[in-house]
Write a protein that binds this ligand. Sequence first.
Ligand code: ARG
Length: 463
Amino acid sequence: MSKLWGGRFTKQTNKLVEEYTASIQFDKELAEEDIEGSLAHVQMLSECGVITEGDMKEIKRGLSIVLEKIQSGQFEYDVSHEDIHMNIEKALIDEIGPVGGKLHTGRSRNDQVATDMHMYLVKKVKQFIKHIELVQEAIITQAEEHVETVLPGYTHLQRAQPVSFAHHILAYFWMFERDKERFQDSLKRANMLPLGAGALAGTTFPIDRQRSAELLGFDAVYPNSMDAVSDRDFILEFLSNASMLMMHMSRLSEELVIWSSQEFQFIELDDSFCTGSSIMPQKKNPDVPELLRAKTGRVYGNLFSLLTVLKGLPLAYNKDMQEDKEGMFDTAKTLDGALQLLAPMIATMTVKKENMKQAVNEDYSNATDIADYLVNKGMTFRESHEMIGKIVLHCIQQNKYLLDLSLDEYKEFTDLFSEDVFEVLKPYNVMSARKSYGGTSPEQIVQQLGLAKKHLSVEEPIT
Ligand code: ARG
């Protein structure tokens, strides 16, 4: 089959080379963007007088037939035409004859492929922003129900201080908020048009790149044609933002796995989000958060892979850049899966507040509060810390918790103790006492929830 670039060749391409250099196996995912870009390109060419209106209409008619074939699954992708761009151009020429050969006037596959990827990512990123919001909404719904639910807060995975469950999961709301902001900000750079840069140096035809941008909904055009065809920062930014988002989802997943274990029993994931074991009848496994945690690795891998591909490339286009696609598609697919599952998984999980309450009653996470209590009675914090450490040790030796000691036992350590210490020590009061801005007291959480909801109701300035 003759190549669109076959003129200067005297031999057929080796079959293995064809296979090795082709990208059609994966870049067919860009078919719709490619055709959309071509439609705008011919429109602009005709407006600028580079091709006639008649030719433009004929090419558009041909492209819509090709698009239909692609969408209905009738299109036959051919590896001998290497990539999506040449597969479509070849199909167009087969459909409408030599006039189809005018489509590629004033453009190169280099600016074409970059344009396709910009279009693809802008669309996907906007979708991800919406999907992150669904996760945030599920978090808010759970948080609203559990402002007063107390559980142990951990540092080093050791019981630290009691916190509200709402406060704990709202921490993830803010991580996802930053992820959204990063994605939103990245649109500024993704929404920039390379088309019209040609192979690398621009074109001799009197084209209007601003017009192409307008037709395709881009906010700006690349001011330097060499940068336009060589820039893959927008993909790296996507992979980097995706990595951070996956890391956040993975941390949350880890908590879900731990919390749903027999040892914790703080939550139970809905049956519809768990799987069983082929041998152990009793098992209910948290496969979804486990896999999400694991898939974070492939997204990091995709980021590192592309960073490495790009680091030694001279300007302008190099075939190495074809390696930018699979990692991008794979990352998009991975995010799609994770985000779509996370929201309903959070929404349907059962929070076992009685177990959480029991946990905080059986630990020393109220110790800081007696230390603060003695400070309020006039002791320095260091002295008080030392003394409470001794009281905790005494309790451990006696197999008791701080609330089990009598006032007399407390008074043996210092006379500063009086009956009010027992109120201070109750886990709910310990949580409620943290009224500093951003703290875990119910008042602060209600304020935080209000702020979180405001962030959700802001219409994103998506263009
Ligand atoms: N399939 C190529 C890619 O994805 C398209 C650009 C090819 N350009 C070239 N000069 N060979 O990078």
